[in-house]
Design a binder for this molecule. Structure first.
Ligand SMILES: NC(=O)C1=CN([C@@H]2O[C@H](COP(=O)(O)OP(=O)(O)OC[C@H]3O[C@@H](n4cnc5c(N)ncnc54)[C@H](O)[C@@H]3O)[C@@H](O)[C@H]2O)C=CC1
Ligand SMILES: O=C(O)C(=O)CO
Length: 321
């Protein structure tokens, strides 16, 4: 019997490729920093038995309908909003993702962004690099306190909970909004459940940790931003389109909220001409929430293992559908 054919949409380290090559024929997009072209993906998905993809690949209905014998899609991410899972399910294609392995790493980055935004770290770095540090001054680059402030976490899932654990270490008052209450988190971290309005109107830091779905599209819109405290900081490490960027720009410029820390954007990558980057109170990162060496390596290994499971005819271990 012919070996199954796997297409990897981004250049991966040799050990990851070799893991698959032990039992599969493997092709790989040549570049690590450029997404696979739509044309190449359309060509490959026709023949592939398995697809190893990532957050920047648009695996929509049109793409999936080109697949002739695809059995498994494994994405090197926990978020899978870029994959049409209904069409995959209809076609009997298993979809696997990488939960848990990146939870702590992403929570670290979320907290780093929260701290950087509150304490104006990026502005401080710029001052030194631009040779603008005159002298110690009493109110120079004063930020806002993190300790004992209220953090409002929207989406108390794996990452939300890991952010809450970090907040607890800073003696923060934790409120959260989720699809359903989490009594275990309330008990272990002293967090309390809040409706969206209460969370928005009372939190000093609002952290968005939901997946991107139809329901969470522009969950943070102009109306939500208006409800936030003037001194509040918004942190988004989930998906860009959970926040309405135009409304965020207007709210920041009008002083309706204090600052924003963003790891994700509505359309990635953004360029240096993005309007939000004109604002000093925006700390922006290029979608690096899970980007530690160990975590990305484990995510890649897990993704390869999901493919091997699916090709053996087993149920993949982190099955979305
Ligand atoms: N910036 C980055 O590099 C990374 C971003 N992410 C993003 O973070 C998301 C969350 O990941 P996990 O915590 O592992 O997922 P999860 O599924 O464990 O948690 C998501 C939580 O959001 C809640 N939720 C869903 N819809 C909601 C709504 N409309 N209102 C309130 N709560 C809602 C769910 O009930 C769940 O508790 C991923 O889907 C992904 O988009 C994840 C990893 C890295
Ligand atoms: O896992 C995800 O959803 C990411 O965004 C990248 O780790």
């Amino acid at each position: 019997m012919d070996e199954p054919y796997v297409f990897i949409t981004r250049r991966m380290p040799e050990d990851i490729k070799a893991r698959l090559e032990a039992s599969c024929r493997v092709s790989m997009w040549e570049y690590e920093d450029i997404p696979v072209s739509k044309g190449r993906l359309e060509e490959e998905i026709k023949h592939a038995d398995a697809l190893f993809c990532n957050v920047s690949d648009n695996i929509d209905n049109e793409m999936l309908n080109k697949a002739e014998h695809l059995k498994v899609i494994a994405t090197m991410a926990v978020g899978y909003n870029n994959i049409d899972i209904q069409t995959a399910a209809d076609k009997g294609i298993q979809v696997a993702h990488t939960p848990d392995v990146l939870t702590e790493t992403t929570a670290d980055l979320t907290f780093a962004l929260l701290m950087a935004s509150a304490r104006r770290i990026a502005e401080g770095i710029d001052v030194i690099r631009n040779n603008e540090w005159g002298a110690w001054a009493p109110f120079f680059l004063t930020g806002r306190d993190i300790h004992h402030a209220r953090i409002g976490i929207i989406g108390m899932g794996r990452i939300g909970e890991a952010v809450a654990r970090r907040a607890s270490g800073f003696n923060m008052d934790i409120v959260y909004h989720n699809r359903s209450p989490k009594p275990d988190v309330e008990e272990s971290l002293g967090a309390s459940y809040a409706g969206m309005d209460e969370l928005l109107t009372t939190s000093d830091f609002v952290c968005v940790q939901t997946p991107y779905t139809k329901e969470t599209h522009h969950l943070i819109d102009g109306n939500a931003l208006q409800k936030m405290k003037k001194n509040a900081v918004l942190i988004n490490t989930s998906r860009g389109a959970v926040v309405d960027e135009t409304a965020l720009y207007e709210a920041l410029q009008a002083g309706e909220i204090r600052a924003a820390g963003l790891d994700v954007f509505e359309k990635e990558p953004i360029g240096a001409d993005h309007p939000l980057l004109t604002l000093p109170n925006v700390t922006a990162l290029p979608h690096i929430g899970s980007a530690s060496e160990d975590t990305r390596q484990k995510m890649a290994e897990m993704t390869a293992d999901h493919i091997l499971e699916g090709l053996r005819g087993d149920t993949v271990s982190n099955k979305v559908v």
